[in-house]
Design a protein around this ligand. Sequence first.
Ligand code: SF4
Ligand code: FES
Length: 238
Amino acid sequence: MEREVLFRIRRFDGDKSYWQDFRFTAKRGMTVLDGLYYIKENLDGSLAFRASCRMGVCGSCAVKINGKPRLACETQILDIGSTLEIEPLDNMPVLKDLIVDMDDFFRKHEAVKPYLMREDDDYENPKELLQTPKELHAYYDFTLCIKCGACYSACPASATRSDYLGPAAITAAYRFCADSRDEGKEERLSLVSGSEGVWRCHFNAECSEVCPKSIEPAKAVQKMRLMSAIHMIKSIFR
Ligand code: SF4
Ligand code: FES
């Protein structure tokens, strides 16, 4: 099966933003990323986009397709229709065409200390930290984040407040706060309980709607809110 399709791509050359149309024949099995490579190799070599793994693992190919953030490498062209409007993600500055500047997104991720914190850290003599299957299950789903930025792009709170940590960073914070091996929960909760943290979320849940890994960042934000409330009450009586 094949069909003539129209890719309307939102381009940016550093000065101006404009739409450019490309028509080609899409074959069954062709992803949106395959379509972008087809255009780059056959129609316009100046088209800029990010991609690496081509298999939904690296998170670098997220773009908006007909208004919704998706992974280009996991989206079948023929499943979408005959006209595909492709734009860069929202809530991040556009550098060129479909490439956005993710520095702020990753800075926020780093700010929540997304790693195990322990008193007995000794990298010279690492020791095994045991965990039951139940303890693993408490946070496992949230380890699957590929940092694609789709949730951040869809988040209305990130759109209105550039200092909001955003759903991906808070999900990373929850993943470690819920880990039985971690001892940095109180420190991390102090980092996410401020005005730019969990209480900024509108609970619109768009983030969970678009996450290509079905992680439910909105659930992580709610769980962090509960932890944050307990943390704040405890700190009053300390
Ligand atoms: S939570 Fe989902 S949408 Fe957000 S960055 Fe991680 S994988 Fe992407
Ligand atoms: S190219 Fe790696 S997730 Fe799409």
